[in-house]
Design a protein around this ligand. Structure first.
Ligand code: NAD
Ligand code: LMR
Length: 327
């Protein structure tokens, strides 16, 4: 067994929290040889419910759970943490777009960014799940001037996994037969799920499905999947969101598979003409704990128009929250 690492999860008594904590504690995120100390943050009224979750975590007797800190103090929650999963935020209801949550949730991520700046390990890996995830990640990052901006990422992995699942169903393949799917841009209905580089069983995906299905069924289905789940369940996705968060952090910590890539919302360095600084979904590979944007892909006019649309939305979201950035 390695030395334990500290993993913060905010919104720990919420529905994603309930699907996430037990998997992290069981070793699904960092491996069966990596003990974790969970740091769980909740708002004060939710502390009794959080205590119940802590009791259940202890009752699992997980070999990889080395301790639990449960608190409503953000400075305690982020003390010396190696990983932080920022989940706690208000979810959207029917008829809302994720950006409708900017005002309500934007205020949460500034103070959390500052607390990470003041207390977390200098190489902390931060994943923002709470919506609107990309711009909340930007707010947290802009309140953490002493941390490397690349410490802050947003989750588009659920969209990536949804794309895998839709394509697998259409082609009769398994998701493990698929390589090189990309989610470009925002975790919103402007995201662009791109299959131009994708293979299914080693052959180009776009030769196995027709263009009409790709443009008129696949892309809108992936873009609207979150809303479809809210309609069906009466609550937003939770277990699949938790699973995607585990995938994102595992690949960031332990690396991506040879010959494939994953989608992560990361600070743009201007690659592919994206506005520098915004947190943008890109195809990335990870080696030795560092992510790198896949370079040199050909972007045709169909893709460019869609990448431009999601880039525009992220620039607009940023303009709307700049007052929340530390001076
Ligand atoms: P939930 O309402 O069940 O749980 C949220 C929890 O956060 C609650 O327990 C609440 O008390 C807590 N919380 C609120 N403010 C907090 C704060 N300042 N500090 C700590 N905790 C706080 O919601 P959920 O279904 O778990 O969803 C959480 C967020 O994740 C929502 O914003 C939702 O839209 C988002 N989400 C994102 C994705 C994605 O793919 N990026 C997927 C699903 C859900
Ligand atoms: C999702 O994609 O399921 C989440 O972002 C929840 C939502 O509001 O769609």
């Amino acid at each position: 067994m390695k030395a334990p690492v500290r993993v913060a999860v905010t919104g720990a008594a919420g529905q994603i929290g309930y699907a996430l904590l037990f998997r992290i504690a069981a070793g699904d995120m960092l491996g069966p040889d990596q003990p974790v100390i969970l740091h769980l943050l909740e708002i004060t009224p939710a502390l009794p419910a959080l205590q119940g979750v802590v009791m259940e975590l202890n009752d699992c007797a997980f070999p990889t759970l080395a301790g639990v800190v449960a608190t409503d103090d953000v400075n305690v929650a982020f003390k010396d943490v190696d990983y932080a999963l920022l989940v706690g935020a208000r979810p959207r209801g029917p008829g809302m777009e994720r950006k409708d949550l900017l005002e309500a949730n934007g205020a949460i991520f500034g103070p959390q960014g500052k607390a990470l700046n003041d207390h977390a390990k200098r190489n902390v890996r931060v994943l923002v799940v709470g919506n609107p995830a990309n711009t909340n990640a930007l707010i947290a990052q802009q309140n953490a001037p002493d941390l490397d901006p690349k410490c802050f990422t947003a989750m588009v992995r659920l969209d990536h996994n949804r794309a895998l699942s839709q394509l697998a169903e259409k082609t009769g393949a398994h998701t493990t037969d698929i390589r090189k799917v990309t989610i470009w841009g925002n975790h919103s209905s402007t995201q662009y799920p791109d299959l131009h580089e994708t293979t299914v069983n080693g052959k180009p995906a776009l030769e196995q499905v027709d263009q009409t299905w790709y443009a008129d069924t696949f892309i809108p289905t992936v873009q609207q999947r979150g809303a479809a789940i809210i309609k069906a369940r009466g609550a937003s996705s939770a277990a699949s969101a938790a699973s995607a968060a585990i995938d994102h952090m595992r690949d960031w910590a332990l690396g991506t598979a040879e010959g494939d890539w994953v989608s992560m919302g990361i600070p743009s360095d201007g690659s592919y003409g994206i506005e520098p600084g915004v947190i943008f979904g890109y195809p990335v590979t990870v080696k030795d704990g560092k992510y790198a944007i896949v370079q040199g892909l050909n972007i045709n006019a169909f893709s460019q128009a869609r990448i431009d649309a999601t880039n525009k939305e992220l620039r607009e979201e940023r303009a709307g929250v700049e007052h929340l950035f530390a001076k």
